[in-house]
Design a protein. Structure first.
Length: 675
């Protein structure tokens, strides 16, 4: 053993690392190969001297597999890096920056709406709102529940409702940094308490925004002596409309300027002129603390307040017409009516009353379910603007258009006469006049003045050997006067009405067109339906002697300092399709209606007026609608007044007195100097 150890000691080893991790050792001047890698196999190898030595062999076949695995993981790492840095880079950058720097919006003031005499009709008032920034809310469930519990005590929103609202937000999404509306219209006392508490609550924001308050509305009138029939008439509501908190459907349609906590125009002028009234938001770059509260302003772009609007509406005329209309409704059974007063020379609407109406301040402050149910369950539909959306048979007011069409097509002249004996018979069918025994020998002026049905039956559908206009030419002229389509008034909800045709009847009713259909359409009955606005517009055509203007409410657009930005153009939709002489003949017939016809009660006015009554059958068991449309002064018209009383029965006895009393006040007491 000792001799063996001595021999080991004398052996010399020289170590050299090879390329493949082998150790080359020289023992007694000869090289041995010893491979130490796990990827090798131990083996005995004969060296050049024929002696056996211990060594290793490498399995080179697995190298491609190793390379593929390495390359796969390298590309996986690079792909993930590219995804995070390039595709999601902005997202994560925004999230990280959101923890320190935020962009807060500066809300502009909404524009004010004035009447034509610069009387404000609306104002902005403070509205306390509470909302969350979900990403900043406490992660601790108990802490968050305590905050929600205290909020539910101080506001009308319950604990469960707030939790439900929070459940709609993904906290891992950028949406978590957008405001989440909780409640508004918070009382002053509760708002003060919440302001103090919210300062220490992470992600809870108390804000003072602007809300609308509508002025010159709020008169309460009583219908009859029965308290149960009490009615609240606020006729500007249909015109101004109201604003309300934006909903999800609206949020999808509007630009990125809007947030879920914003208010938007819902109806009326507020809706139609939203872009002008709203203004442009400013931006404020701020540094926030760990609670998400503002610490320092880093930069700011000021907001541009909304534009103010001057309406063509005259609030004094509006209130007077409302007062007159209600006083007449108080004497009779009907509760639904519409009146339009417009300037025939430019299309400006001076007054529009639709009754019954509603209180738009209820919607502006946030209407409750009970109040809303009362409105939608009311059979008189107070939310419905019957002046532009209501569709009714025109009654005899359409005879103005029929007379002009027959004269223009030379079906008749001003000297053409027909004998009215109480109606006409076609086979087994009889089409009556309103007057038993008829009106005798009748020309076009008398036919308009006394509303002689027989005359218009004949010029419309013909009789015996006389060839009338026929339904195709009637439809042509009705459409030239704007019937069956919208004029484009700057209020939402304008209806088209309906001008029936042969094709329409075949498709809608699967019936053929008969001569009786033509007779009915010729006197404003049957399937023909119009809106009060359409009647007012075609009356304006005869008042201004030949032009149809687009009706509109907004007269001027001002900046926030009430400097004029632009005037609204008065647009002529059509003209020149009726000769001047034929227009004059129709006007003379309307004047004759006042001097010796169905509108004789207007003879007492201080100026000469012209008009046309109408009684429109629409239901076999209900009273007809009462119409009257007119203009004055006769030679140089300043106003057109169109009145509709639903189920008012006779136009001459119900609708005409309303127009007469308003014109009496206007020309005797009020007439503005600028007109």
């Amino acid at each position: 053993m000792i001799s063996y150890l001595l021999r080991r000691k004398r052996k010399k080893y020289v170590k050299n690392d090879s390329l493949f991790g082998e150790s080359k050792c020289f023992r007694n001047g000869k090289m041995d190969n010893i491979y130490k890698s796990d990827l090798s196999e131990d083996a005995y190898i004969n060296n050049s001297s024929g002696k056996e030595i211990i060594g290793s062999s490498f399995n080179f076949a697995i190298l491609p597999f190793v390379y593929c695995v390495l390359i796969f993981f390298i590309f996986l790492l690079l792909g993930r890096t590219a995804w995070l840095q390039i595709v999601k880079g902005e997202y994560y950058y925004s999230m990280s920056e959101g923890n320190r720097i935020r962009i807060h919006r500066i809300e502009p003031k909404r524009g004010v709406i004035y009447d034509r005499n610069n009387t404000p009709l609306v104002r902005n008032k403070a509205n306390f709102m509470l909302y969350f920034i979900p990403a900043d809310l406490p992660e601790d469930k108990r802490e968050l529940d305590e905050i929600i519990n205290q909020i539910s005590i101080l506001t009308p929103v319950s604990f469960d409702e707030i939790k439900e609202i929070l459940g709609t937000i993904d906290l891992d999404d950028l949406e978590a940094y957008r405001p989440l509306f909780i409640t508004d219209n918070i009382s002053y006392e509760s708002a003060l308490k919440l302001f103090l508490k919210a300062d220490g609550w992470s992600g809870v924001i108390m804000s003072s925004k602007f809300n609308r308050e509508y002025l010159n509305v709020g008169k309460i009138y009583f219908y009859g002596e029965d308290f149960e029939k009490q009615k609240e008439y606020l006729s500007l509501s249909h015109i101004l409309g109201y604003t309300g908190k934006i909903n999800n459907r609206e949020l999808e349609k509007v630009s990125d300027e809007y947030l879920p906590i914003d208010y938007i125009g819902k109806m009326g002028v507020e809706y139609f002129w939203e872009n002008e009234l709203r203004g442009t938001s400013g931006k404020k770059k701020v540094e926030v603390d760990v609670l998400g509260k503002e610490k320092k302003i880093l930069g700011q772009v000021e907001a541009n307040d909304g534009h103010n609007l001057i309406l063509s509406l005259d609030i004094k005329m509006q209130e007077k017409m409302e007062e007159i209309l209600i006083s007449y409704l108080d004497k009779i059974e009907p509760t639904r009516a519409s009146v339009i007063v417009m300037n025939p020379n430019n299309g400006e609407i001076l007054t529009m009353v639709s009754l019954p109406s509603y209180n738009n301040n209820q919607f502006a402050r946030g209407i409750n379910r009970e109040e809303y149910n009362q409105l939608i369950e009311n059979v008189d539909r107070p939310l419905f603007n019957r002046s532009i959306s209501g569709e009714f048979p025109s009654g005899s007011t359409i005879k103005l258009v029929m007379a002009a069409a027959a004269l223009q097509e030379r079906i008749v002249s001003e000297n053409t006469y027909f004998l009215s004996t109480g109606g006409i018979r076609v086979g087994q069918w009889f089409f009556p006049d309103w007057k038993a025994g008829g009106h005798g020998r009748t020309d076009v002026r008398k036919a308009i003045a006394q509303s002689v049905n027989t005359y218009f039956y004949i010029i419309g559908g013909g009789h015996n050997d006389f060839v009338g206009l026929g339904i195709d030419r009637i439809v042509k002229y009705y459409k030239l006067f704007g019937l069956g389509s919208q004029f484009g008034i700057d209020l939402a909800g304008e209806a088209d009405g309906l001008v029936p045709t042969k094709e329409w009847k075949r498709e809608a009713k699967n019936e053929s067109w008969y001569i009786g259909d033509t007779y009915h359409v010729s006197i404003g009955q049957g399937d023909l339906i119009v809106t009060p606005l359409q009647v007012a517009v075609y009356t304006s055509f005869f008042a201004n002697k030949g032009k149809i203007y687009r009706p509109h409410f907004v007269k001027q657009i001002l900046d926030s300092n009430d400097k004029v930005i632009r005037d609204i153009e008065n647009i002529v939709i059509s003209e020149g399709f009726i000769d001047d002489y034929n227009i004059m003949v129709v006007r003379q017939g309307m004047r004759q209606a006042v001097t010796q016809g169905s509108a004789r009660s207007l003879k007492i006015l201080p100026v000469e007026a012209a008009g046309k009554t109408g009684t429109a059958q629409w239901h076999s068991k209900k009273k007809p609608h009462a119409w009257f449309t007119s203009f004055a002064p006769y030679d140089k018209a300043e106003i057109v007044v169109t009145v509709l009383v639903e189920e008012g029965e006779e136009g001459s006895t119900v609708a005409t007195p309303i127009a007469r009393e308003f014109m009496m006040w206007y020309f005797n007491e009020y007439k503005p100097r600028d007109r």
